[in-house]
Each structure stands twice: as structure tokens, then as C-alpha cells.
Design a protein around this ligand. Structure first.
Ligand SMILES: C[S@@+](CC[C@H](N)C(=O)[O-])C[C@H]1O[C@@H](n2cnc3c(N)ncnc32)[C@H](O)[C@@H]1O
Length: 494
């Protein structure tokens, strides 16, 4: 029988995976590096400090940071150390007593943290809790032996690669109206990965069908559904029902702040551009794209990255607070422009002999779209432009235009206009390529090949006569130039 996705057996399969494997889930299986890197926690610590500067906490009370789905505990270990170190720079925040609570649905993970030397060394700065989905408003702190209550300070929630593991629903617009996706889990006849106590997602076929919408949501979720019904006209969207429910429950404890990263969508139009949102498999666990925009609807303020690549992470800072200058500056200026969380991760690829287009885009971003950085990789970019995705194309074009905005010309400057023209040519954006080839000729004087490049663009733009003029100019400078002769021949002009 087919069920709404959030009510299907998919999530038990996921929870059983984490419960049965415990920390062994990270023995080269579950992805973790991006959200546990030093750059990641360092960036998070800076964002948290910026928030605390805008909204000074009550120093008489502990400041609770609750991490949902802590996994191995590495993120929390690093973040606690980063925060402790960085707080020392701010005299007014130095006395802050923060407590970072690691939590998970898996009891064996908690026992792992309890015995871990690194976490032991953090003393009172950390605590542990078990999450029972649907009861997040009643969490017991195992070290201090009391219930989690943030008191007069807000509860600061951290959630990385966890909302993507929690139940969601999916909807699509069809000529018949809005439809809901239902799934049926069909066990494969010869299971390979399952154990006697656990069905593995790889041994199950997930069949998707669509049915007319049923009225089954309680009011807060219905409001999210109504929002997309009124704002979108086509495509598909998801509703992160379990994440929304979890946040609603945590909000019962006090004012909420959320800092979260995951694969996901921060703009509804980008989400709706896809006809469906099936999950992706990572060894025995799976993930789905998180609809961060839906989460942001319930908060007063939200800062969100807008990343086009589907397999990087988006980072969002939301809360029931008024946005202040320190946080806005730290998020937009110090973090989002280079987005080191994602791009330092891309920098591993060359050392594995796997440079890709996204690695080069990452290099540009980490250099804040510096013209010298584009000149350094300008030749390589077209060489890596095979099978690139729609998202990579968008990311590349944004990086190119941002680099152009940083242009400062003098004779010894990098040949930025040429590299931009060269890359736009490979993107098939002939008018933009032509414009940059013309700009290059303006700056350095036209040579025969620059006339040929311009003529090639004009040929693709079906401007035959103008192309012929430029091929002939090339031949005037270098008689018999093969590229120019070939161009004229292709236009049947010789
Ligand atoms: C993909 S791992 C991410 C671990 C860690 N946050 C990281 O970035 O490496 C997902 C974690 O969330 C936990 N988890 C799954 N469902 C959960 C839920 N409903 N509430 C809290 N944690 C959950 C899993 O046990 C697992 O530790």
C-alpha cells in the first residue's frame, strides 16, 4: 500500500541504520567531512559570536546550544573549543557560561561521546541528551541530570545533515491540480545489504505514485502547504514536516535561534524547477533535499545562502530575533561571499586527481572572485566543462560576472576580458563572448586571432556579413591564416 512519504516505512529504515551501526555508520559510509571540518566549526563560531554581539545574553544564566543529530560528536568537540577560544577576544562575553548539548536518537552514540577523551576534556562546557522524535520539548541532560531549559536566554539550535534524514512530504502541480506523492516500499527478492534485524534501503525499491491532495495536516503545516499553493504554479515542492514539528516543540522551551546546514533549497523557485525530489543514497543511509525556505517561514528573521549546486550545502541562520549588524555582516560579508564551508571541501579534489569544474569555481570563490584567480584557471575551466550540470552552469556564470565586477585595468593586469570571452564562448553565450573579445581588442589592440574569435561569435549569432568582415580583417593581418579561411569557407564566402 502506498503512503504519504512522511508516514511511510522509509524513516524506520533510516533510524534502524543509525541505531544498528552507531558510530560505525561513519566507517567510510555516511558523509561527514564537510560539516565536521575545522573551517566549518570556525565559521559557525564566528556567526554565533556575531549573533551574541547583536543580542547580548544574560550572563547570570547558562547559554544552551543544542546540536540535533550529533553523530560522532566531532562537530561539537571542535565548536566548543573554537567558541571558548574566540570568546576571549570579547571582554563583555568572556564570562559567558555556554553549554553545548550533543544529542541524537542513538543511545550508543551517546555512550561513545561519554567515553571519548576529547569530549571528556571539555568538562561542563558540554552535555548529552537522547532525542525522542516528537518529544523534543522534553529533553533530559544526562551529565547535569536536569531537563533542558534555556531560561531567560534563547535556545540556540544547531542542525547539520540531520533535517535531510527526517520525514518530509512531497507535492506536485499537475493539470488535475495539486497532487501528493505517495510511496510504496517493495522489498527486493534477493536482499544483499540487510541483516536479520534491519532492512537496508539498498534492498528496497521505492515506488512513487501521485494522488489528489488529502486534508490531513494540522493548522501550522497546512499554513505552509497553503503558502506554496498560492505562491507556486508548477513543478514540485516538499514540506519538512518532522523538522517543522521538531522546531515547534523546541520553541515551547523558549525563544529559538537556528543555525543549520544541509543539502537543500533556500529559494522556492529553485526547488519547484525540479519535477520530483527523490532521495539520494549514501551507502546504507539516504538523504533528501531540505526545504529551508519552509523552515524560514516560521521565524522572524532568516539569512540563507543561495547556492546553485545541488550537492553542496546551504547554510541558514534563522531566529525569532531582529537581525543586527554584526550577524548580517558576518553572514553576508565574511561568510557567504566565499562560502568556505563548501569550497574548502572542493579543494580536496585536485589532491585526489579529480579536479572538476566545481573545484575551479570553488577556487574562484575562495579568492572572492579575484581577476588574478580567474586568469590562473581561465585555461582549465573550458577543459573541465564536459557533462556539467545546470547548477554548475549557474554557479560559473555568477562567478564570472562577479569577477568582472572586480576588474581594475592597467597594462600589467591579468587578461581578464580574454578569459571571460574564452569561457563564455565555451558556454555558448556568443553575445557575451563577443562583447568580451571586443573589450580585449580595445585594451590590447586587435590581432588576427582576436578578429577570428569575434567573427566566430558573429557566425554563431547568424550575423554573416559582420563575420565575413572580421575574417577578412584577420586575413589582411596574416594572409592565409587557416582559422580565418576555414571560417569564411563555413559561411560559403570563398
Ligand atoms: C547524516 S548524520 C549527521 C551527523 C552529524 N550532524 C554530521 O554532520 O556529521 C544524521 C544524524 O542524525 C541522527 N538522526 C536521525 N534522525 C534524527 C532525528 N529525528 N532527530 C535527531 N537526530 C536524528 C542520526 O542518528 C545521525 O547521527
Amino acid at each position: 500500500m502506498a503512503d504519504p512519504i512522511s508516514q511511510s516505512g522509509l524513516w524506520k529504515i533510516q533510524q534502524d541504520y543509525y541505531r544498528e551501526l552507531s558510530v560505525a555508520a561513519w566507517d567510510d559510509k555516511t558523509p561527514y567531512y564537510l560539516t565536521n571540518s575545522q573551517v566549518f566549526t570556525d565559521t559557525y563560531a564566528d556567526l554565533i559570536l556575531a549573533y551574541l554581539q547583536d543580542h547580548p545574553p544574560d550572563l547570570q544564566e547558562p547559554f544552551y546550544l543544542l546540536e540535533l543529530g550529533s553523530g560522532t560528536g566531532r562537530f561539537a568537540y571542535q565548536l566548543a573549543r573554537d567558541l571558548r577560544r574566540k570568546l576571549q577576544y570579547f571582554p563583555e562575553l568572556r564570562p559567558l557560561r555556554f553549554c553545548l548539548v550533543l544529542s541524537d536518537i542513538v543511545r550508543d552514540n551517546l555512550e561513545f561521546w561519554r567515553g571519548h577523551e576529547g569530549l571528556k576534556s571539555l568538562g561542563e562546557t558540554i552535555d548529552f541528551s537522547i532525542i525522542e522524535p516528537g518529544r523534543e520539548d522534553s529533553m533530559f541532560l544526562e551529565k547535569s541530570g536536569r531537563r533542558l531549559h534555556p531560561g531567560r536566554n534563547p535556545l540556540f539550535v544547531l542542525a547539520n545533515y540531520v533535517f535531510d534524514s527526517m520525514p518530509h512530504d512531497e507535492f506536485r502541480f499537475s493539470p488535475q491540480g495539486l497532487e501528493e506523492c505517495l510511496i510504496e516500499l517493495v522489498p527486493l527478492p534477493n536482499p544483499v545489504h540487510s541483516t536479520p534485524t534491519r532492512q537496508d534501503i539498498r534492498d528496497v525499491e521505492v515506488r512513487r505514485i501521485y494522488a489528489p491532495l488529502s486534508d490531513r495536516y494540522p493548522p501550522p503545516l497546512q499554513a505552509v502547504l497553503d503558502h506554496y499553493k498560492s505562491k507556486l504554479r508548477e513543478g514540485s515542492f516538499t514540506i519538512p514536516v518532522a523538522a517543522l514539528d521538531c522546531l515547534d516543540r523546541l520553541r515551547k522551551l523558549g525563544e529559538l535561534v537556528l543555525l543549520t546546514s544541509d543539502r537543500g533549497f533556500t529559494a522556492p523557485d529553485r526547488m519547484a524547477a525540479y519535477p520530483a525530489h527523490p532521495h539520494s543514497l549514501h551507502a546504507g543511509c539516504f538523504s533528501h533535499m531540505v526545504n529551508f525556505h519552509a523552515l524560514s517561514l516560521g521565524f522572524r528573521s532568516a539569512l540563507m545562502t543561495r547556492r546553485e549546486l545541488l550537492d553542496g550545502v546551504q547554510t541558514c541562520f534563522m531566529g525569532d530575533f531582529v537581525l543586527g549588524p554584526q550577524l548580517r555582516y558576518a553572514f553576508e560579508e565574511r561568510f557567504a561571499r566565499s562560502n568556505a564551508l563548501n569550497h574548502t571541501n572542493e579543494m580536496f579534489a585536485p589532491f585526489r586527481g579529480k579536479t572538476q569544474l566545481r573545484t575551479l569555481i570553488g577556487f574562484l570563490r575562495l579568492n572572492l572572485n579575484d581577476p588574478n584567480a580567474l586568469a590562473a584557471v581561465g585555461k582549465q575551466i573550458p577543459q573541465h566543462m564536459h557533462n556539467y550540470s545546470y547548477g554548475e552552469r549557474l554557479e560559473l556564470m555568477t562567478a564570472l560576472e562577479d569577477t568582472w565586477a572586480n576588474d581594475f585595468y592597467f597594462r600589467g593586469a591579468p587578461n581578464l576580458t580574454f578569459w571571460l570571452a574564452h569561457i563564455y564562448e565555451h558556454l555558448g553565450l556568443w553575445d557575451r563572448a563577443l562583447w568580451f573579445f571586443e573589450k580585449t581588442a580595445e585594451r590590447q589592440g586587435a590581432d588576427a586571432m582576436l578578429w577570428v574569435f569575434q567573427a566566430n561569435c558573429l557566425r554563431h549569432l547568424n550575423l554573416r556579413e559582420q563575420a565575413i568582415v572580421r575574417y577578412n580583417r584577420a586575413l589582411d593581418l596574416v594572409p592565409g591564416l587557416p582559422e580565418a579561411t576555414e571560417g569564411l569557407r563555413s559561411l560559403s564566402a570563398i
